[in-house]
Design a binder for this molecule. Sequence first.
Ligand SMILES: Cc1cc2nc3c(=O)[nH]c(=O)nc-3n(C[C@H](O)[C@H](O)[C@H](O)COP(=O)(O)O)c2cc1C
Length: 159
Amino acid sequence: MSLRLDPDSALNCLPQPLVIVTAGDFEKPGQRGGMTAAWVSRVSMSPPLIMVSIAPSRYTLELIRRNGEFAVNIVGETLEKTAYGIFGSRTGRGIDKIAESRVKARRGEKTVVPLLEEATVALECKLVKTVEAGDHVLVIGEVVNALKFSEEQPIVFTP
Ligand SMILES: Cc1cc2nc3c(=O)[nH]c(=O)nc-3n(C[C@H](O)[C@H](O)[C@H](O)COP(=O)(O)O)c2cc1C
């Protein structure tokens, strides 16, 4: 049995992680934010590089470009609702999603970006480069520090 799929439906069959990408300065509520992302992948072993594919309109992309840093917060059960809610559905232009969501957060150790303490793991990244790809921008960063906050299993996003 086989069924022909259009490319979009076929690509949706790829298992995707659920993360919240945070950026900006944790200490400056007007200049920090974050967004939910599923188009995320490890891309190099040495150096340890990670890629997030972000639409050009996202406020989070603006913050990443401005400061050259971001964090990838891997979502488990505790953070799942927040990922589908405020971080995945509203732009951070004009609102402080971290304060509004009441998510526990702290400043990074090797970066100034917000780390979400309700994530399973948070990876602090320095921006290496951005690459335009179709209607998205690939944001490639080097993981410079990582913190494990819980033993929860990462959520797999099903479109
Ligand atoms: C489950 C889920 C996955 C998402 N994945 C992505 C993604 O990989 N790339 C992207 O640009 N937007 C993605 N989004 C949409 C952004 O999270 C959403 O537009 C967000 O409000 C942008 O916020 P910002 O403008 O504050 O950056 C996703 C949303 C959800 C709910």
